[in-house]
Design a protein around this ligand. Structure first.
Ligand SMILES: [Zn+2]
Length: 350
C-alpha cells in the first residue's frame, strides 16, 4: 500500500497482481496488474482492472423515448392538472417556474421536505446530448429557490441536497427528465460522512477539506478546469463510470450558492453530459450535497458528483454488482486521469 499525502489529503493506492488462466494460450496462468485506491474524502474504494471492456462500444437507441408512451405527469397536457402547489406558508407562489422548468412538491414521501424539478415541461424527452446550460441553470436555480424557502420556513431542517436520476438504469421511474431534492432533519449517509470529514479536517487544520482537495489536485492529472469559483475534477477513486466532481468554492451550503456558481455548475454539467454522449453513455445520476447549518463553521463547500450508469439497453448489465452494492468498491477499467484528460479538452474549447 502506498500512501501519498498532498496538502493534508491522503491518496492511498495498492498495486496488486491477479493470476488468471489465459484463454488465448491454453489456460496458461499469467499475471495481470490490478490497482485498488481509497477515496480520500469518503473512504470508499475503487478497483481498476485491465482489458475488461466495461464501457459500451455503441450508442444505445433512445429514439422511441421521444414519443410519449402512456401517461406522463410532466408533459404539457397534464402538468398543470396533476401537479400541486406547495403550501402558501412555504412557497408564496405555490409552484416555482424559471424558463421552461417547473418545481412542484414530490408526491413520493422520501424526505421531510422535497421537491421535483422538471427541466422542461414543453417536451417529453431530452437526449443526453441535448441538455443545454440554460435548461440545467433554470431548473437548478428553481430548486435552490425552493431550498431557501424550506430552510427559511423550518430552520430545524438543515440537510439539503438536489439530486437526479436519468432513465431507468439510474433509478428513474419516469422518462421525462426531472431532478429531486431532499431537505431533512437528518443527513443522507454520505452527506453525514462528508460533513463529519469536513468538520474533523477543519478542527484539525482550520482549513476547508474540499478546498484543500482542490489545491492538492490543481494542475494534476485529475484536475479538469474551473468555471468561476467552481472547480471540476475526476475523483481519485470513482464510485462508478466516468465520475466527475464539482466543488463550489464560494459557498458553504446549497442555500448560499450564488447565481454565478449555479451558472458554472450548469455549464459544467452540460459539458459532462455531452461527453457522456460522445462516450456512448446514456444514463446518469448526480448529487449536489449541502453542508447543513454549520457549513460555514466546518469549512464546508457544496459538492456535486455526477456519474454515468449502465446504458438502457436490452442486454442490460448493471453497473452495481456485489462489489459496488455490498462492498462500496467500484470495479472500473478506466482511470479518472483518462476521464480528466478527455474532459479538459472539452472544457478548454467551450
Ligand atoms: Zn412527459
Amino acid at each position: 500500500m502506498v500512501k501519498t499525502i498532498r496538502n493534508g489529503i491522503s491518496f492511498t493506492e495498492s498495486e496488486l497482481v491477479a493470476r488468471v488462466p489465459d484463454v488465448g494460450d491454453g489456460g496458461k496462468f499469467v499475471e495481470v496488474p490490478l490497482v485498488q485506491r481509497i477515496d480520500p474524502i469518503f473512504g470508499s474504494r475503487a478497483r481498476f482492472i485491465e482489458s475488461s471492456k466495461l464501457m459500451p462500444e455503441t450508442k444505445p437507441d433512445t429514439s422511441e423515448l421521444n414519443s410519449s408512451i402512456g401517461f406522463c405527469p410532466f408533459c404539457p397536457e397534464n402538468v398543470d392538472l396533476v401537479t400541486f402547489p406547495f403550501p402558501d406558508e412555504i412557497v408564496p407562489t405555490g409552484k416555482i417556474r424559471f424558463g421552461k422548468s417547473l418545481v412542484v412538491p414530490n408526491v413520493m414521501a422520501y424526505s421531510s421536505y422535497s421537491a421535483v424539478g422538471v427541466y422542461d415541461t414543453t417536451r417529453h424527452f431530452i437526449g443526453i446530448d441535448e441538455f443545454s446550460p440554460e435548461i440545467i441553470f433554470d431548473v437548478l436555480s428553481a430548486m435552490l429557490v425552493h431550498a431557501r424557502f424550506v430552510r427559511t420556513f423550518d430552520q430545524e431542517v438543515q440537510y439539503s441536497s438536489v439530486n437526479a436520476n436519468y432513465l431507468w438504469p439510474s433509478g428513474s421511474s419516469l422518462v421525462h427528465p426531472h431532478m429531486q431534492s431532499s431537505h431533512d432533519y437528518v443527513p443522507l449517509a454520505k452527506q453525514a460522512t462528508l460533513i463529519d470529514r469536513c468538520a474533523a479536517h477543519h478542527l484539525e487544520t482550520g482549513r476547508s477539506l474540499l478546498t484543500d482537495l482542490v489545491a492538492a489536485e490543481l494542475d494534476g492529472a485529475r484536475y479538469i478546469a474551473s468555471i468561476g469559483s467552481v472547480h471540476f475534477l475526476a475523483p481519485y477513486a470513482p464510485s462508478g463510470f466516468r465520475e466527475v466532481w464539482a466543488i463550489v468554492g464560494d459557498a458553504t451550503d446549497l442555500i448560499d450558492i450564488s447565481l454565478d456558481s449555479t451558472q458554472a455548475l450548469a455549464e459544467g454539467i452540460a459539458l459532462v453530459l455531452s461527453a457522456y454522449s460522445k462516450w456512448n453513455l446514456a444514463s446518469f445520476n448526480f448529487a449536489l450535497t449541502g453542508g447543513g447549518n454549520f457549513g460555514a463553521k466546518n469549512g464546508f463547500n457544496p459538492l456535486l458528483r455526477i456519474v454515468a450508469r449502465s446504458n438502457p439497453d436490452i442486454q442490460y448489465r448493471s453497473d452495481v454488482t456485489y462489489f459496488e452494492k455490498m462492498y462500496d468498491e467500484a470495479m472500473l477499467d478506466l482511470y479518472p486521469e483518462n476521464t480528466a484528460a478527455d474532459l479538459r479538452q472539452m472544457f478548454d474549447q467551450a
